[in-house]
Design a binder for this molecule. Structure first.
Ligand code: SF4
Length: 441
C-alpha cells in the first residue's frame, strides 16, 4: 500500500509502526519538511537565507546543511570514523581530541520526529501529554536501532530524570552508553577544587571510553580548546559587528554561526575561513552604520516555530541580538585542559546556558539574560520552553515574575521539538508583543 503524500490518511492495513484506525499525517515523514495546517518549512539547518548578505553567508548555509546524521553515518560506514550520540557543546573539544564525531541529540528530532513520538507513546507507554523531546528521543533511537551504524551514546547524568529513563530504554535496545557522573555548580561563589578535579577525572574516563581504552591526550585536548576559543572569539566579533548593522546577518545565519562553534560542521578549516571572510565583510560594511530603526530582542531558549518565528520577527524589523542557549564564553587556557572543560561546564550552568541536559541553573538563567540586555540594549525578551517540561515551566515562571517586576517586557512561548511552523495563536501573541514595543524604537 502506498502512502498518500498530500493528505492525512486512515491507515487500516499498514504493517509495522501503525495500527488500524491510526490517523497518520503522512507528510510528517517526508525528510526535512512537515505539514502544519497548510504550511511546510525546512528545518533551521536546511533552510536557506532568503536575503543573504554575501556569498560567504550562502557558503555558511551550505556547510551547515551538509552536516547531519545521514552524512555522519556515511562517514562511519565508508571511512570507519568513530561517532557517538551526545557531545554537542561544552564537551566538543573532548570529542574532537579523541577523533570522535559527536552527533547532537537535536539530530534525533530533525527527521521522523512525529513517527518517533507515536512509537514512544505506543510501545514505551510514554503519556501523550508528556514532553515531545523525551518521546522523540526514545522513538528515534528505536527507529535507528535497525539501521544506524552509530551504536554508542555519551550521556551526562545531570540531565532531567526522564532522560535517564530514556537512556535505560536505549541500553535495552542494545546501545552502549557511557555516563559522565553529574557535577553541578550550585553556588556562584563556590568552586571547590575537589568538584573540578572530580569532573576532570570523569572527562578522562569518557576520553578513554571514546578511544576504547586509550588514555585521553591532554595536549591534544588543549589544542582543541584553543581552536574552539579562536572560533568563539571570531563569532563574538561578528555578533558585535552585527549590533552596528543588525539587518546584514539574520537570525538564521546567526544560529549557524553559534551552532558551528561546537563541531565546525565537520570542517574546521572551511568554517574558520568563512568566519574570517565574514568579519572582513562586516567590518567594511560597519563603516556605514545602519540608520533604519529596529527592535532588539533577546531569545532565551530555542526558537518556537523555527524558521517561521524568525521570519515573523524580521517582517516586523525585530532582530534577535542575543541568544541564551548558546554563548560565546571562552574556555580557560590557564589550567590543565580537562579542568578547563570542567570550569566551562560549571560556568555555563551558572549562566543558564546549554539547556537542561547539562544541569543549567533555572534560577540563574536570568543573570545571563540581564548581561545580554545590558550589552545589546535589547528592548524585550522572548522566553521559550518545551511544552510539558517541568523544568522549563518553572524556569519560565521565574523569568515572568522577575522581569515583570523589573518592568522589562517579556513574552513567554511554548513549543514542541517538532519542526512545526508557528501557530496562529503564537503569531497573534508575538505580533501583540511587538506592537507593544514598537513605541520603544
Ligand atoms: S524538555 Fe524538559 S522534561 Fe523534556 S527532556 Fe528536556 S528537560 Fe527533560
Amino acid at each position: 500500500m502506498s502512502l498518500d503524500k498530500t493528505s492525512p490518511i486512515q491507515a487500516t492495513s499498514l504493517p509495522g509502526d501503525f495500527h488500524a484506525g491510526d490517523t497518520v499525517p503522512s507528510d510528517a515523514y517526508a525528510p526535512g519538511t512537515v505539514r502544519h495546517g497548510s504550511l511546510t518549512q525546512p528545518d533551521l539547518y536546511e533552510a536557506k537565507d532568503e536575503r543573504p548578505f554575501s556569498r560567504t553567508v550562502i557558503e555558511l548555509g551550505e556547510l551547515a546543511a551538509g552536516w547531519n546524521l545521514a552524512r555522519i553515518e556515511e562517514l562511519v560506514r565508508t571511512e570507519n570514523r568513530r561517532a557517538v550520540f551526545g557531545g554537542f557543546a561544552w564537551d566538543s573539544p573532548l570529542l574532537r581530541a579523541t577523533g570522535t564525531i559527536g552527533v547532537s541529540i537535536m539530530e534525533l528530532w530533525r527527521k521522523d520526529s512525529k513517527r518517533a513520538e507515536r512509537i514512544a507513546e505506543r510501545d514505551y507507554l510514554v503519556p501523550p501529554e508528556f514532553c515531545s523531546m523525551i518521546k522523540t528521543m526514545i522513538g528515534r533511537w528505536d527507529l535507528l536501532n535497525a539501521s544506524s551504524p552509530i551504536r554508542r551514546i555519551l550521556a551526562f547524568s545531570s540531565s532531567c530524570e526522564p532522560i535517564g529513563m530514556v537512556l535505560e530504554h536505549a541500553r535495552n535496545l542494545g546501545y552502549e552508553i557511557h555516563t559522565l557522573e553529574g557535577a553541578t555548580a550550585f553556588k556562584t561563589d563556590e568552586r571547590p577544587e575537589a568538584t573540578v578535579k572530580f569532573l576532570a577525572n570523569e572527562i578522562h574516563k569518557a576520553g578513554a571510553w571514546l578511544q576504547d581504552g586509550k588514555p585521553l591526550d591532554e595536549e591534544r585536548l588543549g589544542e582543541e580548546i584553543r581552536r574552539k576559543n579562536a572560533a568563539l572569539r571570531k563569532v563574538a566579533r561578528i555578533l558585535d559587528l552585527r549590533l552596528k548593522r543588525p539587518f546584514d546577518i539574520g537570525s538564521l545565519p546567526t544560529m549557524w554561526l553559534l551552532g558551528g562553534t561546537s563541531g565546525f560542521f565537520g570542517d574546521y578549516e572551511r568554517f574558520d575561513n568563512i568566519l574570517d571572510r565574514l568579519i572582513a565583510e562586516l567590518e567594511s560594511a560597519a563603516k556605514t552604520p545602519e540608520t533604519r530603526p529596529y527592535l532588539p530582542l533577546i531569545l532565551a531558549g530555542a526558537p518556537p516555530g523555527g524558521l517561521s518565528f524568525f521570519k515573523l520577527l524580521e517582517e516586523h524589523n525585530a532582530v534577535i541580538v542575543g541568544l541564551v542557549l548558546l554563548g560565546t564564553a571562552l574556555y580557560r587556557e590557564d589550567v590543565p585542559p580537562a579542568e578547563s572543560l570542567a570550569h566551562y561546564l560549571f560556568d555555563s550552568q551558572l549562566r543558564g546556558e546549554l539547556g537542561e541536559a547539562t544541569g543549567a541553573s533555572a534560577t540563574l538563567r536570568r543573570r545571563g539574560i540581564e548581561a545580554l540586555i545590558e550589552k545589546t540594549g535589547a528592548k524585550g525578551l522572548v522566553s521559550s520552553a518545551v511544552t510539558a517540561c517541568p523544568y522549563a515551566s518553572l524556569l519560565q515562571q521565574i523569568e515572568r515574575n522577575y522581569f515583570r517586576n523589573k518592568n522589562f517586557p517579556l513574552v513567554a512561548l511554548e513549543h514542541s521539538v517538532h519542526n512545526e511552523p508557528i501557530t496562529e495563536e503564537q503569531t497573534m501573541k508575538i505580533k501583540a508583543f511587538l506592537e507593544q514595543l514598537t513605541g520603544e524604537i
